[in-house]
Design a protein around this ligand. Structure first.
Ligand code: AP5
Ligand code: ZN
Length: 210
């Protein structure tokens, strides 16, 4: 299965991608995670991306298209993949289409800006492995410590309220038009955010006919 997860910043794309990756046994490609790893490792891509990400703006399309087409050419993507956080502009979607990269379904997680603003203040991420938690909805077993690797949980720099507002503006302007783009191709499946992670997973799997 070849899948795109669309949704506002903090809609739960990363959380759901991790679950779907296990359920469907296909890899997840998250441009956000790839870029954060590049920044951590000080690579040329990371140096280029950092100022955009810190400001809540999109990294230039050519950087993203290069990352994704390279990653999708790897062996483990032969039987399917989940794209988390990409494409994010019409130009990115058109470039993937032009490169012959196809999709079976596009899930759009629908959630209000108010819920996002509330939710982002509670998000904590592992500084070692990138795993995502929420202080109330998805708490770690031990406060401040990652369940998976024992790493320290920190707040993402771009989760400051002003930056979240900027990211939401960018989402509505640049990314939301992708819903029409994929609806025209008969691929769009909107799924309402649910109060819990598990209920949202069930709604997504149901939309995928599973
Ligand atoms: P990226 O990392 O992709 O960030 P994002 O899209 O803003 O999404 P997030 O990772 O913030 O949220 P999410 O939807 O994955 O939610 P999560 O599962 O964590 O991108 C970061 C930056 O990189 C961009 O701003 C841009 O600069 C750059 N970039 C990346 N891709 C790009 C591209 N293609 N083009 C250009 N630039 C790009 O969940 C959020 C919180 O809610 C967590 O705490 C979670 O535990 C909790 N939660 C999840 N589901 C539920 C639920 N149902 N109920 C209650 N709590 C829940
Ligand atoms: Zn960890």
């Amino acid at each position: 299965m070849k899948l795109i997860l669309l949704g506002a910043p903090g809609a739960g794309k990363g959380t759901q991608a991790e679950i779907l990756c296990r359920e469907l046994s296909i890899p997840t490609i998250s441009t956000g995670n790839i870029l954060r790893a590049a920044i951590k490792n000080g690579t040329p891509t990371g140096l280029k991306a950092k100022s955009y990400m810190d400001a809540g703006q999109l990294v230039p399309d050519d950087v993203i298209i290069g990352i994704v087409t390279e990653r999708l050419a790897e062996d483990d993507c032969k039987n399917g993949y989940i794209l988390d956080g990409v494409p994010r502009t019409i130009a990115q979607a058109a470039a993937l289409e032009k490169a012959g990269i196809t999709f079976d379904d596009v899930i759009s997680i629908e959630i209000s800006d108010e819920t996002i603003m509330e939710r982002m203040s509670g998000r904590r991420v592992c500084e070692s492995c990138g795993a995502s938690y929420h202080m109330v909805a998805v708490p770690p077993k031990q406060e401040g410590v990652c369940d998976k690797c024992g790493g320290k949980l920190v707040q993402r720099k771009d989760d400051a309220p002003e930056t979240v507002k900027a990211r939401l503006e960018v989402y509505h302007k640049e990314t939301e038009p992708l819903k029409d783009f994929y609806a025209q191709r008969g691929l769009l499946k909107p799924v309402e955010n649910q109060p819990s992670v598990e209920e949202t997973s069930r709604a997504i799997l149901h939309a995928l006919g599973r």
